[in-house]
Design a protein around this ligand. Structure first.
Ligand SMILES: NC(=O)c1ccc[n+]([C@@H]2O[C@H](COP(=O)([O-])OP(=O)(O)OC[C@H]3O[C@@H](n4cnc5c(N)ncnc54)[C@H](O)[C@@H]3O)[C@@H](O)[C@H]2O)c1
Ligand SMILES: [Zn+2]
Length: 377
């Protein structure tokens, strides 16, 4: 059916982009990868896992001539390339994520490129705080917790209407979109630019709001990547995983192959065109439990450290509401957390020496005010 489709995967050397590339090639697509091999993520240059059937272009997506050449002869764009994590370089987020996306769209229009679909990688980071249930008001959408509250080591999410403590609920796409970190703000930019512009010019688009994604190929060099990679490298170096807040905050985790399949599913269907779409497991897991599972699976039993540190703007709970993608394209995750963590650890063991880059990075984050410490209660 899709045997003749030509796809561009930006960020195709990275965790998600490389798996999207593999999935598309398996499904009969011709794939071009554009990736600048961001040094923080790819410390030793071009990774061996880039599919040899893909055309690999090393270049920066923010460069007008580079993105113009990369889009020539393409039907579908999977825009995965982005600057991510909790980095201190705020201008770079805006440049790569917001400006890079805007310029890509501008060039499509300028050259009248016959692009048939754009799937853009958004994030659950676009929400302010996960949806919650108030005993009186039912489903509510709380705002981000005030820094003063967190400084007092009070991690509770309160009902925006009556102030009562709430319990977490799955977050539907209708939840207000905020962007409480610079990264989150640029993901909002990316999805709004693509969705709005697509409607204006008549190009079908989908913005996938990924939950925390992990799996083989997740950079073991980048100390600002996902919590699973960070906990693994800490434990492998004999160091305790560091839990922010009290470790009871929850996240929704997706195995990278599931995320890649979601990309393919929404590209093949028009059911979700023009929409932001959550991709997640629909299950919230406490971060402390994640640390425990990894520690158990590695057989390295070091109790996590809880120092009362927190990151302003961070959500307390986030579980993806998954009805839209399930009903729209029949997506269901296939790999559960235990299996997925096992596959990640198997991969990491084959990576040779695994250093801890987190300790030094964590110092920098504190010095720059990205990580704060609560005063003792
Ligand atoms: N991993 C997650 O948990 C997660 C969650 C939500 C959303 N996302 C989004 O998914 C996408 C892919 O993330 P990932 O986890 O695979 O990250 P990743 O860092 O593994 O991959 C991103 C890739 O983009 C490339 N890149 C960065 N800047 C570039 C530029 N200027 N030009 C060309 N290439 C560039 C990097 O070299 C890297 O290979 C991103 O848009 C990210 O914001 C990821
Ligand atoms: Zn209430």
């Amino acid at each position: 059916m899709s045997s003749q489709k030509r796809a561009l995967v930006t960020g195709g050397a990275g965790l998600i982009g490389s798996h999207v590339t593999d999935k598309l090639i398996n499904e009969g697509y011709t794939v071009r990868v554009l990736d600048n091999l961001e040094p923080q993520t790819h410390r030793f240059g071009k990774p061996a896992w880039i599919n040899e059937k893909a055309e690999f272009v090393q270049g920066d997506l923010t460069d007008r001539a580079t993105i113009r050449a990369a889009m020539a002869g393409i039907d579908v764009i999977f825009h995965q390339g982005a600057y991510g994590g909790y980095m201190p370089e705020i201008a770079k987020y805006v440049h790569v994520n917001s400006f890079g996306t805007a310029q890509m769209l501008e060039v499509i229009r300028e050259d009248n490129l016959p692009i048939k679909k754009i799937v853009v990688a958004s994030s659950q980071a676009v929400y302010s705080e996960g949806a919650a249930t108030c005993p009186t008001h039912g489903l509510v959408f709380p705002a981000v917790r005030p820094v003063e509250q967190l400084r007092a080591a009070d991690w509770t999410v309160h009902c925006p209407l009556c102030g009562a403590p709430t319990t977490p609920a799955p977050t539907p796409e209708e939840a207000p979109v905020g962007g409480e970190t610079v990264y989150g703000l640029t993901k909002v930019d990316q999805e709004k630019l693509v969705l709005l512009w697509g409607k204006q010019v008549g190009i079908p688009t989908v913005a996938l709001r990924y939950s925390c994604t992990y799996g083989p190929r997740q950079s073991i060099f980048n100390p600002y990547t996902g919590v699973i990679a960070i906990f693994c490298t800490r434990l492998l170096n004999g160091l305790a995983p560091v839990l922010y807040e009290d470790g009871e905050q929850t996240r929704d985790f997706s195995f990278v192959e599931d995320i890649a399949r979601a990309n393919w599913l929404v590209a093949e269907s028009d059911a979700l065109d023009g929409l932001p779409v959550n991709v997640g497991s629909g299950r919230g897991v406490p971060i402390r439990e994640v640390a425990g599972q990894i520690s158990e699976a590695l057989g390295i039993r070091i109790a996590p450290e809880v120092n009362g540190e927190f990151r302003p703007g961070e959500m307390r709970h986030l579980t993806s509401g998954t009805a839209r993608i399930r009903d729209g394209v029949g997506y269901l995750p296939q790999t559960d957390l235990l299996t997925g963590v096992g596959r990640y650890l198997e991969w990491i063991r084959g990576q040779g020496d695994v250093k801890d880059y987190f300790t030094e990075a964590a110092q920098g984050l504190k010095a720059k005010g990205i990580v704060h410490k609560a005063s003792a209660k």
